[in-house]
Design a protein around this ligand. Sequence first.
Ligand code: CA
Ligand code: CA
Ligand code: CA
Ligand code: CA
Length: 482
Amino acid sequence: MPRHFQHCAMLVLLACTLAGSASAGEILVTNTNDAGAGSLRAAISAAVSGNEIRFAIGETGVQTINPATALPPIAAGVTINGISQPGASCETWPPTLRIEIAGDAAPGGIDGLRIGGNDVLVRGLAINSFSGDAIHVANASGVHIECNFIGTDATGALDYGNAGVGVRLVGSTLAVIGGGAVSQRNLISANAVAGVLIDDTSSANSVMGNYIGTDAAGATRLDNFNGVIVRGATNAIADNRISGNTESGVLLDAAAATGNSIRGNSMTGNGALGIDLGPVFFATPNDPGDPDSGPNRLQNTPVLVDVAYAAGLDQVTATFAVSTDPANASYPLLVDFYGADVDDEEGESYLGTLSYEASDFAVGDVTKTFTPVGAVQAGDGVVATATDANGNTSEFTADAIAVVVPEPAALACCLVALAALAARRRTGTFIAQVAPFAPGTFIASVALRNVPNANGAMNVPNATMRGSQRSEGRAPISTDAT
Ligand SMILES: [Ca+2]
Ligand SMILES: [Ca+2]
Ligand SMILES: [Ca+2]
Ligand SMILES: [Ca+2]
């Protein structure tokens, strides 16, 4: 048969395969071959916007595709759905992955999946062992990467790291790596350069809810060199577990990296800092008034003076300041509190957030309360970050502060004072507060905030009442009212 007829026959065969076994808009991958009909390579080559690449490889267990050369770039608007393979699921964590794309057979410098168009979705794949990046996104908007294991085997337990980056964004915007649901979480571990790298021309991307640097259980270290490197602006790194990486959890090392919010993540056991701003691997010191510039405007960290937890009220009382002059940042600042990791330098468990207003800066140290979302115990280390209204998040506080828990005697003192006020039939808003006074001693105070009546007059005279009691002693409660 003449050569061009052979070529025509192949095209007809491919068209028949597609028409015969997939619904409209779907392209089926039916084998693990490197190329040819039914291969992933052929599917990516054929896919156009609106197509979904699905898998129906008729074997049980994990199916591994070993590209022998670089796969073609994935066109805009294409979905690659590994969860379509029988037995695969993203509904619970860890997901059950059945399709693995491994770079063992590929030549040097080859990336796994290359995305060069907008609105691509990659879901439910294990991508590992490439000498380049696992997923390389270039000049694309709105790419979603969900429920993949990037740098591990299909069970999420073994180091099959890529030699480049797990997910690299170049010149890209509005990518979402992970998401708000567990079914969107990626495991991104054991990659030699970084788990995620957002370059200096990429902005407004989100890395959310992923495990970065651990196994799928989130417990055992499978370190990337750095967890996340951010060099562009206005990206969000939120609610991830970023642990066990060789160097930093999140590293911002370029001048263009401003307005990047890093909030609600759980970080522990990273070799360097949890959050590192600046070109150096050490805690950047606060500068008076915070006029310095650099990654995330080198936002100063909060300085924690005192953190107490009253179990009866389930309330954290924090005394803190941020030495950032409102002239140098957009207020209000949001101060996120975390239970610290074992060496008291990274935020492991998010506790809650307090605002720090421009009027607070004028005062300096302020005392505010919040109800923690996680457990707090005496002696726990607490660290915090500050994030300005433009999203510039600081490093963690350099020095963790230990939580003080008022003992029952101090709370009892407060309640006695409250009762005394009530007995005097004073009305208004009672503010009960228990704060450490000296080691082993707490002071409990109750203040009555007068409330104006309808005529604007005060119903009651100014009144405050204070009681104190040594927590370990039997000293009588003393009260006084003014
Ligand atoms: Ca640590
Ligand atoms: Ca630093
Ligand atoms: Ca600073
Ligand atoms: Ca600054």
